[in-house]
Design a protein around this ligand. Structure first.
Ligand SMILES: Cc1ncc(COP(=O)(O)O)c(C=O)c1O
Length: 459
């Protein structure tokens, strides 16, 4: 909304942009403003954002006009609404536009109306949410499933409901903000392990058990890391958890439905269906709606979540439309049609990565719906994102707090329905934008106005 009032000259050259100051600074500098007046002390952040908007390098809170399809109309970014190739939406199997999904949503609307009108613990459940719980349980080979209104709530709620102040958490350094913030809210005993490093996990578990045999330990990781497109060794992590009397929790927000045999995600790929202590996820990447879940084997854990996970207990349940939408999406994702959509998605990912590699562009991680293109500095990330936006290629330029400082990247999220021509055009333009950003003039330095935030949060 702010963008609408900002005059932005799309013809500005990169030297003028660098001199403007809009490429300097980072969000961390504004994380902990000082001063007694809460309503005024964020003003420097607003000024800095306005500067970035004036120079077309504020790629946030843009507006999608119409559905999140491969060809989409996007407004904001200091530019008028434009139609272009969309890699900034999360709809991996393109189920948001599937007629059967629309039909299910409309039927639920006709049958139940638009609103759950209560927490799941009160009267917020419908036959759609019950059927969804059973379907998620079948897919993951878990008897117990608890639904949440968001994936965020599932992650934060599961950790804070199960882990107490006297317990311990061992968490991957690149885990999503919902997991990290859940961990910090649950206990002060949080140990961060090097990304995907099972030796480090073993070392930390051994260290904890050497001094505390009574406290519980939760090991927290993701099936497919959302900014890095890589996966941990789940059998080894679960084995380590058994060895040290710990519990493994895996967030499969980005992989469930989108990859793996039958859509079973990384848990399925690694032969761990029904063998992970706790699996949680979000419906918002592949299943065409908001919402999340936690799945496990024990009824007592389900009960603990029902009674003590705040976002389940004290927030209204998924609406009937959302539950029916996710259920219809899940049925497609687990069908032969779903296998075909996953094949299309993977073909797009492999093709895009190969084309970018041919152009000398560095992508992080492996083939999956997420293609993170390394840009490094915040300045390079902003320039590359802006150049792509001018070419009507919409990606998410990610910098702190989505990723650590100096580890910027363009995150492209693929859909089954991206066409080969769209993938080829994107590869060309991404390579050109990243190349220009790399050689752009250095940004004018900006003084640090406030105290840096300690950590990134992942997006
Ligand atoms: C790993 C992970 N967990 C949880 C979430 C939160 O899911 P939602 O956006 O559906 O609330 C996300 C979303 O970005 C995520 O990437």
């Amino acid at each position: 909304m702010l963008n609408e009032s900002i005059p932005f000259d799309p013809s500005q050259d990169l030297a003028a942009l660098a001199a403007s100051g809009a490429l300097g600074g980072n969000v961390a500098l504004f994380a902990q403003p000082r001063g007694a007046d809460l309503m005024r002390r964020a003003a420097p952040l607003e000024q800095w954002c306005a500067l970035r908007m004036r120079h077309g390098v504020w790629p946030y809170a843009r507006t999608l006009e119409g559905p999140p399809e491969p060809l989409a109309t996007v407004a904001g970014d200091g530019l008028p609404a434009a139609r272009g190739i969309n890699f900034a939406s999360q709809d991996y199997l393109s189920l948001s536009s599937h007629p059967a999904v629309h039909e299910a949503a409309l039927q639920a609307l006709g049958e139940c109306g638009p609103h759950s009108a209560g927490s799941a613990v009160l009267l917020g459940n419908t036959r759609h949410s019950g059927a969804l719980e059973r379907a998620v349980g079948e897919l993951l080979h878990c008897a117990q499933v608890v639904l949440f209104p968001t994936g965020w709530g599932a992650a934060f709620g599961a950790i804070t409901a199960l882990v107490h102040a006297g317990d311990h958490i061992v968490i991957d350094q690149l885990a999503h903000a919902s997991l990290r913030q859940g961990a910090l809210a649950a206990t002060r005993n949080v140990s961060v392990h090097r990304h995907l490093d099972c030796d480090h996990v073993r070392e930390l578990l051994a260290g904890i058990r050497a001094v505390d045999r009574a406290g519980a330990i939760m090991v927290v990781t993701e099936g497919l890391f959302s900014m890095d497109a890589d996966s941990p060794d789940l059998p080894l992590l679960q084995h380590l958890c058994r060895e040290y009397g710990a519990t493994l929790l895996v967030d499969v927000a980005h992989d469930l439905g989108a990859i793996g045999p039958g859509g079973a995600g990384v848990v399925g790929v690694q032969g761990m269906l029904g063998k992970i202590d706790i699996v949680l996820g979000a419906f918002s990447k592949t299943f065409a709606s908001n919402g999340g879940f936690v799945a496990c084997a024990q009824p007592s854990v389900r009960r603990q979540l029902q009674m003590f996970a705040g976002p389940h207990m004290f927030s209204n349940a998924l609406s009937p439309i959302q539950a029916a939408t996710v259920l219809a999406s899940l049925r497609i994702a687990t069908s032969a049609e779903g296998e075909g959509l996953r094949a299309d998605l993977l073909r797009n990912a492999v093709e895009l990565r190969a084309l970018l590699a041919d152009e000398g562009v560095r992508c992080i991680g492996g083939p999956s719906p997420i293609v993170p293109v390394w840009t490094g500095t915040e300045a390079a990330t902003r320039i590359a994102g802006m150049l792509l936006s001018r070419e009507q290629v919409f990606v998410n330029p990610v910098e702190f707090p989505g990723v650590p400082l100096g580890a910027g990247r363009l995150r492209l999220q693929l859909m089954a329905q991206h066409s080969p021509a769209q993938i080829r055009r994107a590869a060309q333009l991404v390579a050109a934008a990243v190349g220009r950003a790399r050689t752009a003039p250095r940004p004018a330095p900006r003084p640090a106005p406030f105290h840096p935030a300690p950590e990134s949060g992942r997006g």
